[in-house]
Design a protein around this ligand. Structure first.
Ligand code: ADP
Length: 197
């Protein structure tokens, strides 16, 4: 099963993709996590991405496409994978299509987590507060200023992907405002239908 989770920052993509990954026994591929690891390691990709990410901007398409091309070629991806945070632009979506086509593979489903715009800032604030309370380090981009830029990037670059995948007959929308378990239940229903079909 090859899936994409779409949704704005704070929609719960990471939470839900972890749950699906565990249940289906396929890896969760989060470009955000991979880029944060690269920043931490100080690799060439990390050096390129660090400032852009901290400000809430998008890392260049060729960088993330390169990361994903390598990652989906690894053996643990043969049974499928969940893309979390990729693609984020139309050129990334086109590159992914070409990549899959070159491997004679196809995407099975794109799940959009729909949430009210007004709640996103408070979700991100809560995540930052909880991380601090647990003794963790708050993400460099989990602050009001960077969030504004992340949301703008989302509306400008990523939101059009719902139209793109709708046109490809792949888009399923679930209510991301429901409690975590209910969102998981809705996703299970969607995936059951995809598998049956
Ligand atoms: P969120 O969805 O909460 O904003 P992510 O962890 O998915 O967080 O991404 C964090 C940051 O990593 C993004 O704001 C962006 O700078 C960078 N990033 C992640 N994925 C991509 C991508 N596909 N294209 C460009 N930049 C990306």
């Amino acid at each position: 099963m090859r899936l994409i989770l779409l949704g704005p920052p704070g929609a719960g993509k990471g939470t839900q993709s972890q749950i699906i990954a565990e249940k289906c026994g396929i890896p969760q591929l989060s470009t955000g996590d991979m880029l944060r690891a690269a920043v931490k390691a100080g690799s060439p990709v990390g050096l390129k991405a660090k400032e852009i990410m901290a400000a809430g901007g998008l890392v260049p398409d060729e960088v993330v496409v390169g990361i994903i091309a390598e990652r989906i070629s690894e053996p643990d991806c043969v049974r499928g994978f969940i893309l979390d945070g990729f693609p984020r632009t139309l050129p990334q979506a086109a590159a992914l299509d070409a990549l899959l086509k070159s491997k004679s593979l196809k995407m099975d489903c794109v799940i959009e987590l729909k949430v009210d715009d007004a709640i996103l800032a408070s979700r991100i604030e809560t995540r930052a507060r909880e991380t601090l309370a647990a003794g963790g380090t708050v993400r460099a981009d989990d602050n009001a200023e960077a969030l504004k830029t992340r949301l703008m990037a989302y509306y400008r670059e990523t939101a059009p992907l719902t139209g793109y995948y709708f046109a490809h007959g792949l888009l399923k929308t679930v209510d991301g405002m429901a409690p975590i378990g209910e969102v998981t239940g809705q996703i299970d229903d969607v995936l059951g239908l995809v598998q049956a079909g």
